[in-house]
Ligand binder design. Structure first.
Ligand code: MLT
Length: 404
C-alpha cells in the first residue's frame, strides 16, 4: 500500500491565514450588509508603481515578437535582475554578494518553506515564538518538528519573544543547528540593531549552525542602526541564508517575485550549500516569468525607487495612525516603526481568538490572532498597515467606539 507522509496528519487545524480568511468569509456570508476592513494577512492595496507596469508592458510586447520571445528562463533568474540585486541591495550597503549567490524565485514564503530540502531531517531547529507559521509548519511537514503536544512541537526549540525581553529572542540554551530569524519582525513588528544581531552570527559561527534570515520587511526600516541585510555583519556570509521579497517592497504580492541569497562561503562539513540550492531549484522550479523579472528590475531604476519608497512611506504612515489610535484607546502596542505590523495587547486579558471575534463582530475589522503565531503570542492581535488610508482611519474609529 502506498503511504502518505503522516507528518501532515500531525499538523493542527489549517494554515493560520486560511483559518482567518475562512472566519471572515463566514462572517460576510452571514452579514452581507456589513463591510469588513481587512487588517489580517499582510497584503498590499496600492497599485504597482508606474515604472514597474511600464517595464512589464514593454516585456509583454517583446514576448510577442520573434526576436524578443523568451521560453524557459534560467532557473536562478535572469542575469539582468541578479546583477541589479547584487549591486543595489548588497554592494551599495557594503555587503559583497555576487549575482551567482542570488536565486530569483516566486516568493520568500516558498523559499522559506523549500529551503528545508537541503538540510537533514536530523537538524535541531530554533524558532522565535511568536513566529511566521511557515517556518514551523514546513519543518513539521518534513518531520523535523516532532509531535504537536500541548500547543508546542516536541522537537522545536522555542525562543520566546515577550514583553520581558523587549520581544527579542535570546540565544538558545540547547544546541540549535538551524535558526530562523525574521527582522524586521513578523508578526511583532520590532527590529534588531546590528549590535543585537551580532551575537547570533557569533553563535552560528561557534556552533556550525545556519541562520535562515528572513528580511522580507527590510524596506520598512527607518532607523539608521538597523541592518537591512544580515550580510552587513562580518562573518555572516559563512553562516546565513537570506530571503528577500518584492511583495512588500514593491507591491508584488500578486505578481510574485523574490530572491534567496546562498553565499559561497556558507559550508557545512566542507560542502557548499549554494550548489545544493541550485540543484534543488533546477530540479523543482522553472523560474519566474520574464515579464515579472523585467518589472522587478524596474524597481531599481531611479523612478522605481522613488515610487516604491513613496508606497512604503504611505504604509508606514498608516502604521503610525494605527499605533497612535490604539494607544489613545488604551491599548498597549508594539512595532510599526520599522515594520508594517502592529502588535497589540488584548484588553482585559482576553484570549487572542476571543478578541479577534469581538473585533470582527463589533468593529468589522479583521486582524490576526497572536496565538496563531505561537504560544507566546497569546493575549495579542496583529494589525497590518497595508490597507488604504481611508480604511485604516475608518477601522480605528470603529475600534475606538467599541465597548473595550
Ligand atoms: C503575513 O501576513 O504574515 C504575510 O503577509 C504572509 C506572507 O507573506 O506569506
Amino acid at each position: 500500500m502506498a503511504k502518505i507522509n503522516d507528518n501532515f496528519l500531525k499538523l493542527p487545524g489549517s494554515y493560520l491565514f486560511s483559518a482567518v480568511a475562512e472566519k471572515s468569509a463566514a462572517f460576510s456570508a452571514a452579514h452581507p450588509d456589513k463591510e469588513l476592513i481587512k487588517m489580517s494577512i499582510g497584503d498590499v492595496t496600492l497599485p504597482l508603481a508606474p515604472s514597474v507596469t511600464k517595464a512589464m508592458r514593454a516585456a509583454v510586447d517583446e514576448m510577442g515578437t520573434a526576436a524578443g520571445f523568451h521560453g524557459y528562463g534560467p532557473e536562478q533568474g535572469y542575469d539582468f535582475l541578479r546583477e541589479k540585486i547584487a549591486e543595489k541591495d548588497y554592494i551599495a550597503r557594503g555587503a559583497n554578494i555576487s549575482p551567482d549567490e542570488i536565486f530569483v524565485s516566486d516568493g520568500a514564503k516558498s523559499d522559506c518553506g523549500n529551503i528545508g530540502d537541503i538540510f537533514s531531517t536530523d537538524n535541531t531547529v530554533a524558532v522565535c515564538d511568536p513566529v511566521y507559521p511557515v517556518y514551523v509548519d514546513t519543518n513539521a511537514m518534513a518531520g523535523r518538528a516532532g509531535d504537536f503536544i500541548g500547543g508546542k512541537w516536541s522537537k522545536l526549540i522555542y525562543m520566546p519573544c515577550v514583553e520581558e525581553n523587549g520581544f527579542l529572542p535570546e540565544l538558545p540554551k540547547e544546541r540549535a543547528d538551524i535558526i530562523y530569524l525574521c527582522f524586521p519582525n513578523n508578526p511583532i513588528g520590532v527590529a534588531m540593531t546590528k549590535e543585537q544581531l551580532k551575537p547570533w552570527v557569533d553563535y552560528a559561527r561557534e556552533n556550525n549552525s545556519v541562520i535562515l534570515y528572513d528580511s522580507a520587511y527590510e524596506a520598512f526600516i527607518t532607523d539608521e542602526n538597523v541592518p537591512h541585510s544580515i550580510y552587513e555583519l562580518d562573518g555572516a556570509k559563512e553562516v546565513a541564508i537570506e530571503f528577500r521579497s518584492f511583495s512588500k517592497t514593491a507591491g508584488f504580492t500578486g505578481t510574485r517575485c523574490a530572491y534567496t541569497v546562498v553565499p559561497h562561503e556558507l559550508k557545512l562539513g566542507g560542502t557548499e550549500l549554494n550548489p545544493l540550492w541550485n540543484r534543488r531549484q533546477c530540479t523543482k522550479f522553472n523560474g519566474v516569468p520574464y515579464i515579472v523579472q523585467r518589472g522587478a528590475e524596474a524597481v531599481y531604476s531611479d523612478e522605481g525607487r522613488r515610487e516604491t519608497r513613496e508606497a512604503i512611506k504611505y504604509y508606514l504612515e498608516n502604521a503610525k495612525i494605527i499605533r497612535e489610535a490604539l494607544t489613545a484607546a488604551g491599548f498597549t502596542v508594539y512595532g510599526g516603526v520599522n515594520a508594517p505590523y502592529i502588535w497589540a495587547k488584548t484588553p482585559n486579558g482576553e484570549t487572542s481568538w476571543d478578541f479577534f471575534d469581538r473585533l470582527l463582530n463589533d468593529a468589522n475589522v479583521v486582524t490576526t490572532p497572536g496565538s496563531g503565531f505561537g504560544p507566546s503570542g497569546e493575549g495579542y492581535v496583529r494589525f497590518t498597515s497595508f490597507n488604504t488610508r481611508e480604511n485604516t482611519i475608518k477601522a480605528m474609529e470603529k475600534i475606538k467606539n467599541m465597548n473595550l
